[in-house]
Write a new protein. Structure first.
Ligand code: HEM
Length: 155
C-alpha cells in the first residue's frame, strides 16, 4: 500500500481541496474536461449527461481526502470501486491519464499551486488508484478461478 503522506502534506492537500471544491461540481467538471481532452476515446464509456457522475466523483474524492491519514480504512471500498470499473471499461493505463487529469484540474483551481503540492497530490491520487487497480486484478483472478472450477468441478 502507498503510505507516504506526512501530516504537513495532508494539511496542504486538504487546504487545496477545500479551495478547489468551494463551488460544488467545479472540480469534477474540470476533471472530466481535462480527461476527455487528454483521451477523447474515453468519452464514449461515460453517460452523455455527467451531472450525476460529477456528484459521485466529488463525494468519493471527499471521502478520500478526509481519510488521507488512514487510507487503509478505505482499501476495501476502493478495491470494490476498481472491480466495478472493469465493467465500465477502465483499463490500467487509463488510470494514469485520469490521475494526471485530476492533478491538472486541481492545479487550475488552487491559487497557491507549486511543485510540492503537485507532488503530494500525485501521491494522494496514486494511493486511490493502486487499490482500485488491485480490486480490478482480484476481480479478474476470481473470474478465472470460477472458470477453472467450472471445468474441473464435474470430475
Ligand atoms: C482516480 C480514479 C477514479 C475514481 C476515484 C473514480 C470514481 C468513480 C466513481 C465514484 C464513480 C461512480 C460510481 C457509482 O455510480 O456508483 C465512477 C464511475 C465511472 N468511472 Fe470512474 N473513477 C476513477 C477512474 C476512472 C477511470 C480511469 C476510468 C476510465 C475510463 C473511469 C470510468 C468510469 C465510468 C465509465 C463510470 C460509470 C459511468 C456510468 O455510470 O455509466 N473511472 N468512477
Amino acid at each position: 500500500m502507498v503510505r507516504i503522506m506526512t501530516s504537513d502534506a495532508i494539511e496542504l492537500i486538504k487546504a487545496s481541496y477545500a479551495h478547489a471544491t468551494s463551488t460544488p461540481r467545479q472540480l469534477a467538471g474540470r476533471f472530466y474536461q481535462e480527461l476527455f481532452a487528454a483521451a477523447p476515446n474515453l468519452r464514449a464509456l461515460f453517460p452523455g449527461d455527467l451531472t450525476l457522475l460529477q456528484g459521485h466523483f466529488e463525494s468519493a474524492l471527499a471521502l478520500v481526502v478526509r481519510n488521507l491519514d488512514e487510507m487503509g480504512a478505505l482499501r476495501d471500498s476502493l478495491r470494490d470501486l476498481g472491480a466495478q470499473h472493469v465493467h465500465w471499461g477502465a483499463r490500467p493505463e487509463d488510470y494514469v491519464v485520469a490521475r494526471e487529469a485530476l492533478v491538472a484540474a486541481l492545479a487550475s483551481l488552487t491559487p497557491s499551486w507549486d511543485a510540492a503540492i503537485e507532488k503530494h497530490w500525485r501521491a494522494a491520487v496514486t494511493s486511490i488508484i493502486v487499490p482500485m487497480l488491485e480490486g480490478a486484478a482480484v476481480h479478474t483472478a476470481i473470474v478465472a478461478e470460477r472458470l477453472a472450477d467450472d471445468v474441473s468441478g464435474g470430475g
